[in-house]
Design a protein around this ligand. Structure first.
Ligand code: DQA
Length: 149
């Protein structure tokens, strides 16, 4: 499965730590890989600042039916290209956010990508990613078990 991160997330740790936390991007990658290993998942974590690259990764996930944890970062709020790529998904795709966009500036309240995701987890820092991985592994304690996550 793929954990895909959009623009500026490579700057985690030094980027607005009061909002995004002090864990570095390398720390996020490590956390996802460690939990993935425990859950028996083959987890590949990627980050790009480039919209086209993120679109191409989503095409790859659709072509190979790979589940995705997606943090589109700022693309969340305006990229119809990322939304249209995510809409082609052939496996579950969970949108995640470290912060709680609904509790922030108005422009963050709209997610153009969320309607084509299986679900969204936001506001819990790195735990948002961990919960998404657990859900994709089917270890969400039965929550949403009748849903097509
Ligand atoms: C973010 C929230 C977005 O609004 C912002 O543009 C980001 C990160 C988050 O994980 O909290 O870059 O997706």
């Amino acid at each position: 499965m793929l954990v895909l991160n959009g623009p500026n997330l490579g700057r985690l740790g030094c980027r607005e730590p009061g909002i995004y936390g002090t864990t570095s991007y390398a720390g996020l990658v490590e956390a996802c890989r460690t939990l993935g290993g425990e859950l028996g998942l083959d987890v590949e974590v990627r980050q790009t600042d480039d919209e086209a690259e993120l679109v191409h990764w989503l095409h790859e996930s659709a072509d190979f039916a790979l589940p995705v944890v997606l943090n589109p970062a700022a693309f969340t709020h305006y990229s119809y290209a990322v939304r249209d790529a995510a809409a082609q998904r052939t496996a579950p795709l969970i949108e995640v956010h470290l912060s709680h966009p609904q509790a922030r500036e108005d422009f963050r309240h709209l997610s153009v990508t969320a309607p084509v995701a299986s679900g969204t987890i936001a506001g819990l820092g790195i735990e948002s990613y961990r919960l998404a991985l657990r859900a994709l592994a089917g270890q969400n304690g039965g929550a949403g078990e009748s849903r097509a996550v």
